[in-house]
Design a protein. Structure first.
Length: 176
């Protein structure tokens, strides 16, 4: 069967796969096609990160379904620079703050700024601008619940790729 693979970095490609192929084998095929090391990949299907030992059949992946491949920045420093550039483009104030006071930004991101227990009121999908709505809808299309998609979208400076990566790398931040 042919699987459609969507990359968070943009672009889609197809891979040939069998129902008996493991997710680990799919990662190897992605490496052959795109050059991403398997240990730096997360494969997402229907909002869940798939484990390497499961097969395509185990995950109920069908011919018309798509998988999302996410390349981890923490384990791939080379992927960090494009993300930093994306932040600078989408949120120049945050980029400037990162250059002038990196520790302050890290503290802010870790929850060290603002009053204790202070929460920001997030807009609903209907209240977003058309551009922001399109970004959030991209995140939702990857299987992330709408409220979590909005939250991660704004937490990551309206950067879709970073929002999805943050959501999957930090699930504890989204527990209800």
């Amino acid at each position: 069967m042919k699987l459609l693979i969507k990359s968070l970095a943009g672009g889609n490609f197809h891979l040939d796969a069998e129902l008996s192929d493991t997710i680990g084998a799919i990662k190897q095929k992605i490496q052959a096609e795109q050059g991403h090391k398997p240990e730096w990949q997360k494969i997402i299907f229907s909002g869940k990160i798939l484990t390497d030992d499961k097969t395509v059949a185990d995950c109920n992946i069908k011919e018309k379904d798509f998988l999302v491949v996410m390349q981890l920045v923490q384990q791939n420093p080379a992927a960090l620079q494009p993300l930093v550039q994306a932040i600078a483009q989408s949120n120049p104030q945050l980029a400037e703050a990162m250059n002038h006071d990196p520790q302050g930004v890290l503290s802010l991101l870790a929850g060290g700024a603002g009053g204790a227990g202070e929460e920001m009121e997030l807009p609903t999908l209907a209240e977003l601008s058309d551009e922001d709505r399109a970004g959030v809808e991209q995140i939702v299309a990857m299987g992330i619940p709408e409220d979590k998609a909005i939250e991660s979208f704004f937490m990551c400076g309206k950067n879709v790729e970073m929002a999805v990566q943050y959501y999957f790398e930090n699930p504890q931040d989204f527990d209800d």
